[in-house]
Design a protein around this ligand. Structure first.
Ligand code: C2E
Ligand code: MG
Ligand code: MG
Ligand code: MG
Length: 282
C-alpha cells in the first residue's frame, strides 16, 4: 500500500495507475501540502509568429518541484489530480502563478506577452470556473487579453463546459483548442465552441519529415482552420524542415523544441538573447 511504501513514496508515481480510496486520501493530503508549500511551478515555452519570427506569447506548463522526487512532469500527476478533483484547486493555482508572472513582466518591461494556461475538462465543468478566473485576472490588475486558456476536444462535450467557454470568451479571454487531430470530434465541434486558435497536435507535426513528404493532414487542417477564421498553431516543432514546411503551408504560429523548450521564467532573458542572435545569423 501507499503507507507501507513509506512517507512520500506514493504509488501514484507508478505508471500503471489504480488509485484506491485509501491511496486517494493520502494523495489528496500530499497535493494539499504541496500546494501549501508552493511546490507547483510553471515553465514557459515560447510561441513564435512564423511571418515575423517574433515571440508572440508563452504557454505555461505546470511542474511539481517535489522535495523528494525532484521535478515531476504533468503527465505523472495531472491524471491523478483529475481523478481526485484536486485539479480544480491546482488549476486555480496555475492561473494565479501565470497572472503573477504577467504582472511581474508588466512591472519590469511596461508590457507583457500573453500567457496560455492549460485547463482540464473538470475545471470547465465547475459552475464558478469563469467567475474565479476573471476575479483572479482582476486581482492582479490585468486585462483579460493577456491570459489565454487551452482546452481539449473532450472538454467540449459537456453542456456546462460550453457555458464556461462562452462566459470566458465574452469577457475577452482567448481560447485555444489543444491537441487538435488526436481526438475524434473533428471540425463539426469547432462550430459549437467559441475558440480563437487551433493547436495541431505534435503527432501530426511529427509526420512532416525532411524528405519532401508533405503532410496532407496538416496542410488541409491549416486551410480548414483559416476558412473558419481561426489562428493555427503547430505544436512540437522539432526540426527546421518542419518549420519551413509549416510556414509554406500558411501556419501562423509555431511552438516546439526547435524554437525553444519550456523553461523557468528566470531563464527567459538569456533565451531571448540567443534567440535574437540565431535569428540574425539565419
Ligand atoms: P500540451 O498542453 O499539449 O503541452 C505540450 C507538451 O509538449 C508539453 O509537455 C511540452 O513540454 C511538450 N513539448 C513542447 N514542444 C515539444 C517538442 O518539440 N517535442 C516534444 N517531444 N515535446 C514538446 P508537458 O509540459 O510535459 O505537458 C504535458 C501535458 O500536460 C500538456 O500537454 C497538458 O495537456 C498537460 N498540462 C500541462 N500543464 C498543465 C496545467 O497547468 N493544467 C492541466 N490541466 N494540464 C496541464
Ligand atoms: Mg497546451
Ligand atoms: Mg498540446
Ligand atoms: Mg496534451
Amino acid at each position: 500500500s501507499a503507507k507501507k511504501a513509506g512517507r512520500g513514496q506514493y504509488r501514484f508515481f507508478d505508471q500503471s495507475l489504480n488509485v484506491s480510496d485509501v491511496e486517494e486520501f493520502h494523495l489528496e493530503q500530499a497535493f494539499v501540502e504541496a500546494l501549501r508549500n508552493r511546490e507547483f511551478v510553471l515553465h514557459y515555452q515560447p510561441q513564435v509568429c512564423l511571418e515575423t519570427m517574433e515571440i508572440i506569447g508563452y504557454e505555461a506548463l505546470v511542474r511539481w518541484q517535489h522535495p523528494g522526487f525532484g521535478l515531476l512532469y504533468p503527465d505523472r500527476f495531472i491524471p491523478v489530480a483529475e481523478k481526485t478533483g484536486f485539479v480544480v484547486a491546482l488549476g486555480m493555482e496555475v492561473v494565479r502563478l501565470a497572472c503573477a508572472q504577467i504582472s511581474d513582466w508588466k512591472q519590469k518591461h511596461g508590457t507583457s506577452k500573453p500567457v496560455a494556461v492549460n485547463v482540464s475538462p473538470i475545471q470547465l465543468a465547475q459552475p464558478q470556473f469563469c467567475k474565479d478566473v476573471l476575479s483572479t485576472v482582476s486581482e492582479y490588475g490585468l486585462t483579460t487579453d493577456l491570459l489565454e486558456l487551452e482546452i481539449t476536444e473532450t472538454a467540449m462535450l459537456e453542456g456546462r463546459a460550453v457555458e464556461s467557454l462562452h462566459c470566458l470568451k465574452a469577457a475577452g479571454i482567448r481560447l485555444s483548442l489543444d491537441d487538435f487531430g488526436t481526438g475524434y470530434a473533428g471540425f463539426a465541434h469547432l462550430e459549437a465552441v467559441p475558440v480563437d486558435k487551433l493547436k495541431i497536435d505534435r503527432s501530426l507535426i511529427n509526420r512532416i519529415s525532411n524528405s519532401h513528404d508533405d503532410s496532407p493532414i496538416v496542410s488541409s487542417t491549416i486551410i480548414l482552420a483559416k476558412r473558419m477564421a481561426l489562428k493555427v498553431v503547430a505544436e512540437g516543432v522539432e526540426t527546421r524542415e518542419q518549420l519551413v514546411h509549416l510556414k509554406v503551408a500558411g501556419c501562423d504560429i509555431a511552438q516546439g523544441y526547435h524554437l525553444g523548450r519550456p523553461m523557468p521564467a528566470e531563464k527567459i532573458p538569456e533565451f531571448l538573447r540567443t534567440f535574437a542572435e540565431e535569428e540574425a545569423r539565419a
